[in-house]
Design a protein around this ligand. Structure first.
Ligand SMILES: N[C@@H](CCC(=O)N[C@@H](CS)C(=O)NCC(=O)O)C(=O)O
Length: 229
C-alpha cells in the first residue's frame, strides 16, 4: 500500500511541527516509503478528508489516521515485520507514558522560549493566522511571551531530568538503538532547533549528545532539516 504523510510546513517548506517529527521519525524507523504532502497553516482544506484539521495525518491505501500516537500504533500493528517502534507490549505502554509526559510537561514550556523566533519561520501568507491564533492562546504579543526567556531555561532543563537520568548511561531510551520512546522529546527539541537559534540545551548536557545522536539516526533525517539561523 502507498502511504501519504501530511506534515505541516513553514517558510521555504521548513518542517518544525513537534507532532510531525514524531511521525517522521516513526516512518524512518520502520523504513517505510511514503509520499509527502506539505500543509501550510492556512491550507487545512488539504486535511478535510481526515475529518479534522491538525497534522500529522497519514493515508495508507484507504486507511486514514490522524494523531501522532495513533499513527505510531497503526504503523506498528500494520507493519509488524518492520523494525519495532515499541519492542513489546510493555514497551508500548512505557512509550505512551513518555509521549504523554513530554506532551503535557515539557512541550508547554517551549513556546515561551522560541515563539517569536518561530513566527519568523512561518510562511508569510500564514503569518497573520499564526500570530493572531498564538497571541489569542497566550493572551499577549509573541515578543512579550518570549521576553525574559533566559530565566525560564533552567525550569525546562529540569523538566527533562527523568529522560536525562536514563540517557546519561545509555545511548538511547530504547537502549543501543532508538525506539519510539526517544521520539517525543527529540521532536520537541527539533521544533526548537528548526524554529529558533536560541540554545535551550547546553553542549555539556547529556541531552545534547543524545539529541545529536538522534539527528544522525536513520541516515540523518533529523539533521537534513536546517537549523534556524
Ligand atoms: N494530538 C495531536 C496534536 C496535533 C497538533 O497539535 N498538530 C499541530 C502541529 S504541531 C497543528 O496541526 N497545528 C495547526 C494549527 O495550529 O493551526 C498529535 O499528536 O498529532
Amino acid at each position: 500500500m502507498a502511504i501519504t504523510f501530511y506534515d505541516l510546513c513553514g517558510k521555504n517548506q521548513k518542517r518544525f511541527s513537534p507532532f510531525g517529527w514524531r511521525t517522521r521519525m516513526a516512518l524512518a524507523h520502520k523504513g517505510l516509503d511514503y509520499s509527502l504532502e506539505l500543509v501550510k497553516f492556512t491550507e487545512k482544506q488539504k486535511l478535510e478528508f481526515s475529518g479534522q484539521s491538525l497534522v500529522p495525518v497519514i493515508k495508507d491505501g484507504e486507511t486514514v489516521v490522524n494523531d501522532s500516537w495513533a499513527i505510531a500504533e497503526y504503523l506498528e500493528d500494520t507493519y509488524p515485520d518492520r523494525p519495532s517502534l515499541f519492542g513489546s507490549t510493555e514497551g508500548r505502554g512505557m512509550a505512551k507514558v513518555i509521549d504523554n509526559f513530554v506532551t503535557r510537561t515539557i512541550q508547554p514550556m517551549i513556546p515561551s522560549l522560541i515563539i517569536a523566533d518561530l513566527a519568523a519561520n512561518v510562511d508569510s501568507g500564514c503569518l497573520e493566522y499564526f500570530v493572531s491564533s498564538r497571541e489569542k492562546r497566550f493572551g499577549k504579543p509573541l515578543t512579550e511571551v518570549q521576553a525574559g526567556r533566559e530565566g525560564r531555561v533552567e525550569a525546562a532543563l529540569k523538566a527533562m531530568e527523568p529522560i536525562r537520568a536514563v540517557i546519561k548511561d545509555q545511548p538511547f531510551i530504547g537502549g543501543e538503538t532508538p525506539t519510539y520512546a526517544d521520539f517525543p522529546l527529540f521532536a520537541v527539541l527539533q521544533w526548537a532547533r528548526c524554529g529558533s537559534p536560541f540554545q535551550i540545551v547546553p553542549a555539556d548536557d547529556p541531552i545534547h549528545a543524545w539529541f545529536d545522536r538522534l539527528l544522525d539516526a536513520y541516515h540523518g533525517v533529523g539533521r537534513s532539516e536546517p537549523a534556524a539561523a
